[in-house]
Ligand binder design. Sequence first.
Ligand code: ADP
Ligand code: MG
Ligand code: ZN
Length: 602
Amino acid sequence: MEKHHKFSIWYVLLGIWVVLLLQQYLVSVLAIKVIPYSEFLRLLKENKVTEVAVKANEIQGRALLNGDVQSKGELFRTIRVDQELSELLAQYHVTFKGEVESTFLRDLMSWVFPILLFVGIWYFMMRRMTGQQAGFMTLGKNKAKIYMEDELNVTFDDVAGVDEAKQELVEVIEFLKDPHKYTELGGKLPKGVLLVGPPGTGKTLLAKAVAGESRVPFFSLSGSEFVEMFVGLGAARVRDLFVQAKEKAPCIIFIDELDALGKARGFGAVGGHDEREQTLNQLLVEMDGFDPKVGVILMAATNRPEILDPALLRPGRFDRQILVDRPDKKGREDILKVHLKGIKASEDLDVERLAAMTPGMVGADLANLVNEAAILAVRRKKKQVDMSDFEEAVERVMAGLEKKNRLINKSEREIVAYHELGHATVALSLPGTDPVQKISIIPRGIAALGYTMQVPTEDRFLMKRTELLNKIAVLLGGRAAEEIVFGDISTGAHNDLSKASDIARSMVKEYGMSAKVGQVYLAGEKRPLYLETGFRGQDEYSEATAQLIDAEVREIVEQQYLKALEILKKWRPVLDRAAKLLLEKEKIDGETLKSLMDEAGA
Ligand code: ADP
Ligand code: MG
Ligand code: ZN
């Protein structure tokens, strides 16, 4: 394609040249003699002009120029001079001729110049395009440079504080080290591993470490790189990536920032999403088409799993998701130790205290912190980085993060701690609630400031009335704890309240669990809800019933709130002790809380 375009520049130049030649040729062959106007007038008076064609400026014709009376005369041409002047000039016998400014060159330029300009611009653009494509076009030759990163010497030791994620990846590493061992036994491995977690927690680093540990080639590309490229290239690039990877198997393909590429299809900007869609489709096709037995593992990272196209998460694609969460205090300590290896720190550095000083920070922040401290030490002309440098660095980094709204302050942390313990304590003291696994005040996602993890022991198909009530009490435990401890309540409970009200409403309207409303089903048929038009299914009960339902829902929620308050008042000393522990460790097991309660209760 390009060759053809390049040639056509020469076609244009050639054309111009031919036109010029032709012009010269015609002039010379036809040999029209140009004569002065006075000469023409003279010939006219001597009756030697045989025929003329008169134009605005010019007269052409035949005249007997060399006295040969027999012939029709030779061709001539002359430029007119206006009459008045020519009479005057003739009177004084001046030889005169008219001249027309040659417009040929000007005409030519008025055509040629814009053409040349366009050709120039177009040529320039083509060059830029081919320049960009060059990497792609010549991929066959230096492909290794483009995707493959050799000499990866990142190992698991470089990644700290994410032990759970590491554990899950061990299996992948084992597989990559010896794919046959696995496949001989008929074992099936995930094709795609998706690392999910907030920015800076070490997802990219972790992927590299997997490659480094298993000593296999690592093909890495970021999602935005696919999309930035020219139309059609993204898909081609995906295809090419897989071809190369298969050649080099066992290996890892790593797509960083998958969300840039894998946003759910059908939303986003009107223009330009076609290209992304094509690329995404190609990726899906490739993922379906390859056999994990060849030993290619696809890894990807994202911090926004919720916007990913559901097709990406289906079985056989990125079906294994690994959470790379924010580190707790112990994790931060380990990460700091990793990065401290790179600098000269003083012996008596209290890493544990540093970890305690940096709640909410992720790996990238801590790496930044260590670097900042080292710079401060250099500025102070010290031989070693000591605690005072670190303390100042913590302040600086914290201030930066607080500005970006990524850290919660101390008093908020306290509220969150008591809130979560409220949920957990109520759950532990009521029968039939799901066991408490973990209580954490490490922020998670965008909205949750802390969380209490309850894991059901078995699948449930039926729930008893008391169990539902207890569930509501647990949900309200967070707010109840806030009220008891601080005498004030916060907005942190709005999600809890909405869940509690939902359960209560269902109890009244669907399960017939309210004595006053009775054993009737009032939820009506669940019709589609047309949000925009405000048209919704009509509930089939009277206004009076509606009021009764509202009252009953409120009654149930109120009762359970009182129950939670009562429980928490009883456990107040335990609450305080546990809060202290939680604020220090940021994450405690349900077991720990349970034993605190047992101690106090005994
Ligand atoms: P993500 O991809 O999750 O946004 P990165 O892997 O790019 O985060 O991390 C950026 C940098 O932060 C890393 O190069 C490393 O120096 C540091 N870092 C992040 N997490 C960790 C960790 N768990 N252990 C050690 N260093 C980390
Ligand atoms: Mg990253
Ligand atoms: Zn809550």
